[in-house]
Design a protein around this ligand. Structure first.
Ligand code: B12
Ligand code: SF4
Ligand code: SF4
Length: 248
């Protein structure tokens, strides 16, 4: 079933970018699933956020969380890394905006495909970001981590076999599907043997250091960029790095 949904996802990603909103933003996708009763999901209030929602708060009797990573095309990441003056590229800003539309369409498409098979699936609703803490009660990355899609880099991104330069999305279902579990080796070179810190060096704002991440300082930088590129983006810590498109 996982291969079936992966195939549907691949087909739709290509279809959307060719026919619905022609552009080359994403190059590939990676799908996985996490059992709602697995420790990585049950522990979310401790590992992610005290107010993190449990799957059963968002759907009646779910059995799995489906998670997927949409990997940006190399041009998108490389263009952002190449733009000087600490500014994000226009295409990086456009891609951010594009993602919301394609992600909604992908989710609706996959949910309808699951329903055609006679199972239920729902979008996570009512999980708006907590503005005071700048944290979400539904963390796509932690859910994707629970599904075994990747491991966390010190840039906070989840590094998959397609890299970490991309976007995540998730939804709930009761479809019988092979589930994954957290990957036990570290992909991030800093976490492995301290042989890399390119993401930290790229963070001109000082929000990301090897000691931790100041989400408020990062957020200020994103806001500064809004009037310049039209979106609250930056992404210098996700582009021009060895783990952007692959396991480093
Ligand atoms: C709030 C938020 C922000 C805030 C706070 C950032 C943050 N790191 O949480 C602000 C506005 C600053 C921000 C900035 C950015 N964001 Co943002 N953001 C979110 C949002 C809405 C929620 C994140 C959240 O609250 N997570 C839960 C909290 C509890 O996580 P946390 O405290 O950060 O916990 C961390 C640690 O636990 C750590 N960790 C480290 N080691 C380990 C080891 C283990 C075993 C575990 C379990 C955890 C762990 O990983 C966690 C992730 O940071 C998500 C979308 C979503 N709903 O998931 C997007 C999201 C995280 N953002 C994303 C992106 C791309 C960005 C930016 C690059 C902006 C841009 N587009 O140009 C920057 C990157 C900043 C950075 N280096 O982290 C992507 C990341 C994709 C990816 N490849 O991983 C997401 C997932 C959006 C998406 N739909 O894809 N973001
Ligand atoms: S750039 Fe290097 S240190 Fe940063 S997350 Fe990737 S592998 Fe880890
Ligand atoms: S998005 Fe920009 S400001 Fe935020 S951590 Fe990454 S490089 Fe630093």
């Amino acid at each position: 079933m996982k291969a079936y949904l992966q195939e549907k996802l691949d087909w739709f990603l290509d279809y959307y970018q060719k026919n619905v909103e022609p552009a080359r933003i994403f190059r590939a996708a990676l799908l996985g699933a996490a059992d709602v009763n697995s420790p990585a999901i049950r522990n979310l209030k401790e590992t992610a956020f005290w107010d993190h929602r449990m799957p059963e708060e968002l759907m009646d009797r779910p059995t799995v969380v489906i998670a997927y990573f949409l990997a940006f095309a190399h041009e998108v990441g490389d263009g952002n890394a190449a733009r000087g003056g600490n500014l994000p590229s226009d295409q990086w800003a456009y891609s951010y905006d594009y993602t919301f539309r394609i992600a909604d369409s992908i989710r609706e498409f996959l949910i309808s495909e699951i329903e055609k098979l006679g199972y239920r699936a729902v979008s996570p609703e009512g999980v708006d970001m907590n503005e005071e803490e700048l944290k979400s009660p539904w963390s796509h990355r932690h859910l994707a981590y629970a599904a075994g899609l990747g491991t966390f880099g010190i840039n906070n991104m989840l590094i998959t076999e397609l890299g970490c330069c991309g976007r995540y999305d998730t939804f709930l279902s009761d479809i019988p599907i092979e589930t994954g579990s957290p990957i036990e080796t570290e992909y991030c070179l800093y976490k492995k043997d301290k042989s890399c810190r390119v993401c930290v060096d790229n963070c001109f704002a000082g929000a990301l250091t090897t000691e931790g991440f100041d989400r408020f300082r990062c957020s200020e930088t994103l806001k500064t960029n809004l009037p310049i590129v039209g979106q609250e983006v930056c992404g210098k810590c996700v582009t021009g790095i060895p783990c952007a498109y692959r396991i480093p």
